[in-house]
Design a binder for this molecule. Structure first.
Ligand SMILES: NC(=O)c1ccc[n+]([C@@H]2O[C@H](COP(=O)([O-])OP(=O)(O)OC[C@H]3O[C@@H](n4cnc5c(N)ncnc54)[C@H](O)[C@@H]3O)[C@@H](O)[C@H]2O)c1
Length: 256
């Protein structure tokens, strides 16, 4: 219940999916949470839901690809909660394109998925230094490490996130800031649900499909909360000797 007691966390893209599950779990564990989300409706809804359940959260409209927006969000977090201890770089755009991708599609994927985490870290780290340290958790993926059809724009960005994780861990160790990535397999969020439904599959059918649930050793698709627990571990003091790691939370997908 108190694994993040007294800590202040920023979770980007916390209006939906894994980000929302993480923000909710962090609040249950005692953290004050900034919901840094580009979509005002889902961002406000997540913050309100946390507050209604007795937790502490604010929504700050944020585009992680826009440095001035990120700076405003960090300033607002410090104004409201006084400090920053934890950053979860979760926001994403799923640009799923292969060789035919346009320069705009490549830029969009890298602006949000790579530049976004870099910019938020850049502005959150000085606040972590002021309080003597902190933890950054980036969202990598199985897609950081494997090839998938028509995924070049997304998988290249996720590979960059995993590499950035190691480099930042090295640079920030002296500041007592740990940097890790959680790397999920398929998770039942809007992108996976949408693609499965397009292919005519409900969740049960998707879990049984060899390309979806069947591709994991555990033969199913994860719930967002199962990823949130791994992020919680990496963000908490329990992971005090873990840095620079890309932790697979993939139901065994990459072990096969
Ligand atoms: N869903 C999966 O199967 C899966 C698998 C592996 C890794 N991941 C990773 O987990 C993370 C979350 O994925 P998800 O499926 O929960 O995503 P999601 O699409 O459900 O939620 C992403 C959120 O990010 C927000 N967002 C988009 N652009 C933004 C921006 N510029 N600034 C701020 N917020 C922005 C969206 O509005 C949305 O609320 C991502 O980093 C993704 O790459 C997901």
């Amino acid at each position: 219940m108190n694994r993040l007691q007294g800590k202040v966390a920023i979770v980007t893209g916390a209006g939906a999916g894994i980000g929302r599950a993480t923000a909710e779990l962090f609040a249950e564990e005692g953290a004050s949470v900034t919901i840094a989300e580009v979509d005002p409706k889902s961002g406000a809804e997540t913050a309100n839901a946390i507050c209604r359940s007795g937790g502490q959260a604010i929504f700050v409209a944020t585009d992680v690809a826009d440095e001035s927006s990120v700076q405003r969000m960090v300033a607002e977090t410090v104004r409201e909660f006084g400090r920053i201890d934890v950053l979860v770089n979760n926001a994403v755009v799923f640009v799923l394109r292969g060789i035919e991708a346009t320069p705009e599609e490549w830029r969009r994927s890298f602006d949000v998925n790579v530049m976004g985490p870099a910019l938020v870290a850049k502005h959150a780290v000085p606040e972590m230094r002021k309080v003597g340290g902190g933890a950054i958790v980036n969202l990598g993926s199985i897609s950081s490490f494997i090839a998938q059809p028509q995924h070049a724009t997304y998988n290249s960005a996720k590979a960059a996130v995993s590499s950035m994780t190691r480099c930042m861990a090295l640079d920030l160790a002296k500041d007592n800031i740990r940097v890790n990535a959680a790397c999920p397999g398929a998770v039942w969020t809007q992108i996976v649900e949408g693609r499965c439904r397009e292919a005519g599959m409900d969740r049960a059918a998707a879990e049984a499909d060899p390309a979806w649930g069947g591709a994991h050793i555990l033969k199913r698709i994860a719930d967002p909360r199962e990823i949130a627990y791994a992020i919680l571990f990496l963000a908490s003091d329990e992971a005090s000797f873990v840095t620079g790691s890309n932790m697979m939370v993939d139901g065994g997908y990459t072990a096969l």
